[in-house]
Write a protein that binds this ligand. Sequence first.
Ligand code: 13P
Length: 246
Amino acid sequence: MTYIFANWKMYLTHKEGLALARKLQTVSIPDDVTLGVFPNMITTAAVKELLEDTAIQVGAQNLAWTPAGAYTGAVSAFIAKEIGLSYALVGHSERRYIFAETNTVVRKKIEACFDSGITPVVCIGETTKDLEEGNREYRIKKQIMKALEGLSVKDNQLIIAYEPVWAIGTGKQCAPQDVIEMHTLIRKEIKSYTDAEVPLLYGGSVDAQNVVSYIKLDCVDGVLVGGASTHYDSLISLLGAVQESR
Ligand code: 13P
């Protein structure tokens, strides 16, 4: 299975998100591709309804770690499940570094997803500072440890997305050889906590031009795409490139 996950971030307005979802209604998706879209929280339920009769999955960009109660501004994994969402991004670097989400919070959100049957897509990745200070491996290992240590995981119950922060929205591509090295390290770390099947994605400046260089790698189960997934033409080109590469 190849995962193509479209993180629309806060790039699209509500109306733009609905318009893009409507255009996607007629897109055919190969059986071995899982296409998932992650609209903003306001738009998610309506996009889910629009894509109800398609193979396209809909996920949340973020969820609260608590199931219900007096949590102003929060949306729980249970609510996400209730409207039929399948996935949730957890610990995206924009949540970690702009909204101060810690590894502890990320872990609680993973558990909340498990409790309600949502598949968390746990994002990990080093910053430019980590890279410059030689802390790349340390950062990755720590994020994986905090996410997985002592956690009981079933096959495909959790997905990990390696997204080097310096490659996100910058056009600075992580070279495929670099992705191979990091994914090898990440798989080894995952293996030290669980024998379960954990799909591993790559994200960071992925577009129609470079997507094949990532998905053709044996160690890459799919991609998490930001900017290039927010316009119909660029998303369709990306999907077309994936299909042609088969
Ligand atoms: P870009 O594809 O815009 O670099 O964003 C990647 C990302 O953060 C996906 O979650």
